[in-house]
Design a protein around this ligand. Structure first.
Ligand SMILES: C[S@@+](CC[C@H](N)C(=O)[O-])C[C@H]1O[C@@H](n2cnc3c(N)ncnc32)[C@H](O)[C@@H]1O
Length: 208
């Protein structure tokens, strides 16, 4: 299949089907739980640093999968809500976390405006068609309260949009291109690590 012949809705549908098969098949063993625990801790620390007046923190997990991060955010005292395209993932996430989890596509569903202290986007933005990534990043920006924080972990690469042999559409672009996409939506960089970027919504003194 040539990617240029496939429209964006079809690409997202291919991905929804891919992830539905994946979660129906039992999902995966989570790799490196300690690393992700440290990253959640870093993220919540960054949110607390910039959004000091609000308790409990409201966190949106976009592409929440089977809800392990939601469960941890909830355990740590946050009001966490999730969105995922896969109905099976949504059922699992609801069961695993007890949080409010909405089934829907990140391009189509409403996130609301000025609602969240933090948005957690772990391993999901590179599964949005290239042309629609700015739409999702702008929605995330709008959903954040002033000084709210986005954490995004993305695959990096140089191949652009590609269809994998298991029929998943991935967008592989450079760290610089991701950074530009976040900055064009209005985000300011907080920090940057290999395959992980944290960005703060502009309007405060939170850029370092
Ligand atoms: C690699 S998994 C990551 C899941 C979770 N964030 C984690 O780290 O365990 C990607 C998730 O994004 C979801 N997803 C992919 N494209 C999506 C879209 N367009 N809208 C909503 N969810 C999407 C998939 O269903 C899947 O649960």
């Amino acid at each position: 299949m040539n990617m240029s012949d496939v429209d964006d809705r079809t690409k997202r549908e291919l991905n929804r089907e891919y992830w539905e098969r994946f979660f129906e098949g039992g999902g995966y063993e989570k790799s490196d739980p300690d690393k992700w625990a440290r990253i959640r801790e870093w993220f919540l620390g960054a949110v607390r640093d910039t959004r000091t007046t609000r308790q409990p923190l409201r966190i949106l997990d976009v592409g929440c999968g089977s809800g392990e991060d939601l469960a941890e955010f909830s355990r740590l005292g946050c009001v966490a809500v999730g969105i995922d395209a896969s109905p099976t993932a949504v059922r699992e996430a609801t069961k695993n976390s007890g949080c409010d989890v909405q089934q829907g596509d990140l391009v189509d569903v409403e996130f609301g405006t000025d609602r969240f202290d933090g948005v957690f986007a772990k391993a999901v933005l590179h599964t949005i068609p290239r042309a629609e990534i700015p739409i999702v990043i702008e929605k995330i920006y709008a959903a954040l309260l002033r000084d709210g924080v986005l954490f995004a972990a993305v695959f990096l690469g140089s191949e652009g949009e590609k269809l994998t042999k298991d029929q998943q559409v991935l967008v592989l672009m450079s760290e610089g291109d991701w950074r530009t996409s976040f900055e064009e939506a209005g985000f300011l960089p907080l920090t940057q690590k290999l395959r992980a970027a944290g960005c703060g919504r502009s309007g405060g003194g939170n850029a370092i």
